[in-house]
Write a protein that binds this ligand. Structure first.
Ligand SMILES: NC(=O)c1ccc[n+]([C@@H]2O[C@H](COP(=O)([O-])OP(=O)(O)OC[C@H]3O[C@@H](n4cnc5c(N)ncnc54)[C@H](O)[C@@H]3O)[C@@H](O)[C@H]2O)c1
Length: 439
């Protein structure tokens, strides 16, 4: 039985422009990856949109289409890339500098990558202390800068013949800031833009510009950007899908895989010490205490929500959780994330688990950029707007409406994502009850 009448979902025809503030390691690995896949030089591993399937109906129905067959998503061949950066390097140069993908692969893609040049950034060094750049817009106020960004978006869309645009924030992590009065309503925020209020960081100027034009905005970094009441108000007004925060890759991905497992078996945890060494520009930016604080808040929240210490005091009340990030240049983008987990079982007997994840940050993040872009474009065409909680699957610190705790368990997040797709199409949700097999 359909849960709702089949909605009208606009088809994914025409070109989709994916715009990224920040054209560093993640963005260039994503863009080069899509070109590589288009040319048959690699596979889009890690992307649910490209490789995932979805079960429909009973297990006995054997009806498991790919997600791409099930919902209308933009084709990889129909994507056009653009963005902003404070470094005026084209995408080929930036990818070489990032050092994630092999030079041989990048040389095969040199022509399309060199043609992608960043637009001038909206940047304020007080929000990212370790960076300094020349390729930056100037304006009479923050509202003026927002208007310049809107002009960029419109011009990009026109020049590239795009049917639709989406934005994915792939820029550096800004310093930690709490919400203030200027963020509380759209009217106050717009006034703050006009008076260039100090509490409005560049990421919120991009978020405002995109949402004002109804362009979906996804935030891959832990700074607030769209996770602000004023922007949420705007997103509702302009019917814009928004999602965030902080791509769930590396160590936090492991945490949200492991912790629900321990909790399911009611194993206690007394300590979880996580440390990272990484040597890319992201690591350098996070070496600044202000930017690290944004990341730390995002990383720490995960365990508390999964483990619910208030409901399981015997198991998790005294959990000591520590996260460290160390900038260590020799490793480049190839991060090493160590976890020491002190657990206990029957009668409180202690055990230890050590995880040493030798990961590649941008390789893990690139498919997330693709999925967020394609799914948020789908959301827009399906008439969904405001916080897209079904995209929590991709984030360390998922956005929720005020007062509602986020769901961090990766498998609940995946079930939620797939059920949202079924719901949007008007198919029955899968509850895993399975009573029908025994009737
Ligand atoms: N790679 C991962 O696994 C991962 C996971 C979670 C979050 N992130 C976040 O994704 C973001 C990108 O990571 P990365 O490794 O590509 O970093 P990067 O340093 O290689 O690239 C970031 C780029 O953003 C640019 N930038 C900074 N402020 C800007 C602004 N206001 N406007 C336009 N450009 C701006 C920088 O010049 C830089 O080129 C970071 O915030 C990082 O914390 C990455």
């Amino acid at each position: 039985m359909p849960l709702q009448p089949k909605p009208t979902i606009k088809p994914a025809t025409g070109k989709l422009g994916i715009l990224m503030p920040g054209m560093g390691a993640v963005a260039t690995t994503f863009i080069a990856g899509v070109y590589a896949v288009r040319q048959g030089l690699g596979k889009p591993i890690g992307s649910l949109c490209e490789m995932g399937t979805i079960r429909l109906g009973a297990r006995t129905d054997n009806n498991v289409p790919t997600i791409r067959e099930y919902v209308p998503l933009a084709e990889l061949d129909d994507i056009v890339f653009g963005g902003w950066d404070l470094f005026n390097e084209n995408c080929y140069e930036a990818a070489i500098e990032a050092g994630v993908l092999e030079k041989e692969l990048l040389n095969n893609l040199k022509e399309p990558l060199s043609a992608i040049k960043p637009m001038k950034a909206v940047f304020d060094q007080s929000y990212v202390k370790r960076l300094r750049g020349e390729h930056v817009k100037t304006g009479t106020s923050k509202m003026d800068l927002a208007e310049q960004l809107m002009e960029d978006m419109k011009t990009f869309q026109k020049e590239n013949g795009c049917d639709r645009l989406v934005v994915v924030w792939c820029a550096s992590t800004e310093v930690y800031r709490e919400l203030t009065d200027v963020h509380s309503t759209l009217a106050k925020f717009e006034e703050g833009l006009r008076t260039s209020d100090d509490e409005i960081p560049p990421s919120q100027i991009y978020a405002y510009a995109a949402c004002k034009l109804g362009i979906p905005f996804n935030n891959g970094a832990p700074n607030l950007s769209v996770d602000v009441p004023a922007i949420l108000e705007l997103a509702r007004e302009t019917k814009t899908p928004i999602s965030g925060k902080d791509f769930k890759t590396g160590q936090t991905l492991m945490k949200t895989i492991l912790a629900p497992g321990f909790k399911s078996r009611l194993l206690g945890i007394s300590g979880w010490f996580s440390t990272n060494i990484l040597g890319n520009r992201d690591g350098e930016v996070l070496d600044d205490p202000g930017s690290f604080k944004s990341k730390e808040v995002s990383k720490l929240s995960v365990l508390d929500t999964i483990l619910q210490p208030e409901k399981y005091p015997d198991l998790y009340k005294d959990l000591y959780h520590k996260v460290r990030i160390n900038y260590y240049p020799p490793r480049g983008d190839n991060k090493e994330g160590w976890d020491n987990i002190d657990i206990f079982g029957w009668l409180g007997y202690e055990m230890q688990i050590k995880v040493d994840f030798l990961c590649r940050d941008s390789i893990l993040a690139a498919p997330l950029v693709l999925d967020l872009a394609l799914f948020s474009d789908f959301a827009k065409r399906a008439g969904m707007y405001g916080i897209q909680e079904w995209l929590s699957f991709y984030y360390k610190s998922p956005m929720t409406p005020g007062g509602l705790y986020p769901e961090h368990d990766l498998f609940i997040q995946l079930a939620k994502l797939k059920n949202t797709l079924r719901y949007t199409i008007g198919d029955e949700l899968i509850t895993h009850l399975g009573a029908e097999y025994y009737e």
